[in-house]
Design a protein around this ligand. Structure first.
Ligand SMILES: [Zn+2]
Length: 256
């Protein structure tokens, strides 16, 4: 369900049944002359939207204003919109704290922008990861007081880590395309991989006739095909289901 459309009784049900709560996280960034600037965020929104139609899941309104950087092109007349990660962190921390206050304990954010080396991280995801950790610490201290981790009731902490009961599992970060997926699908910026993917997800965001020969990173877009994009989409959907612990079999009842 779309969070902004939920009634309080539906929110309470989602909390009681521990539905995944997902945030599509991204940027607005120049993607060559032939692609929409929202590509990185649109890909996440669209893929998560497919999962949202299959299973019980809360989808938060997307956040487009990440740290795009001006590494690809300067913004003037090109459209990249950079917000420094130092400014994102306090915002994200407040947002995560708010979600924990509402009662959600199964929160996930997904990002595609600059996610080719996700374990090391890049400014947008690092800001949101740190914010998530700090929100959890602040929430626990406010709820349980200092010394909460050392309390007797926490003696099973290390066992809980593997089963998901560990509070630091309450908010998880994921790339849209993990490294295992990249082995079989081209990861690029405005090249064959992204262009094919957008052709499959949102064709009106691509204009093949505008592919520029001048830009090294978008030259491979000439080899983009809808077929490749559909393959990428299917692999992404399989990854999302696994990351969220949901399977297609749960689809029954999602709309009740
Ligand atoms: Zn991109």
């Amino acid at each position: 369900m779309r969070y902004e459309m939920m009634l309080p009784h539906q929110i309470r049900r989602a909390i009681a049944e521990n539905w995944p709560v997902v945030l599509p996280l991204g940027v607005l960034e120049y993607h060559g002359e032939h692609m929409a600037v929202g590509m990185d965020t649109i890909a996440v929104i669209d893929a998560l939207g497919d999962i949202e139609r299959e299973v019980d899941l809360v989808m938060l309104p997307p956040f487009y204003y990440g740290a795009a950087s001006y590494a690809v092109e300067p913004p003037e007349g090109n459209g990249s919109l950079q917000v420094n990660a130092d400014q994102l962190k306090p915002f994200a921390q407040e947002m995560f704290m708010g979600l924990l206050r509402i009662g959600f304990r199964n929160i996930h954010f997904f990002i595609h922008h600059q996610s080719e080396n996700f374990a090391a991280g890049m400014p947008t995801d690092l800001a949101f990861k740190l914010a998530a950790r700090q929100a959890i610490f602040a929430f626990l201290e406010a709820q349980r007081g200092e010394g909460w981790w050392g309390a007797k009731s926490m003696a099973d902490y290390y066992e809980q880590q593997s089963t998901g009961g560990d509070p630091f599992n309450w908010i998880k970060a994921h790339p849209l395309m993990p490294s295992s997926l990249m082995e079989g699908y081209p990861f690029d910026h405005a090249g064959q991989g992204e262009t094919s993917l957008l052709m499959a997800l949102l064709p009106e965001g691509v204009d093949i006739s505008r592919i520029s020969e001048d830009q090294w990173y978008s030259r491979s877009a000439r080899e983009a095909t809808l077929e490749l994009g559909l393959q990428g989409r299917d692999r992404i959907l399989a990854h999302l289901r696994k990351a969220l612990g949901v399977e297609r079999a749960n689809a029954q009842g999602a709309r009740n």
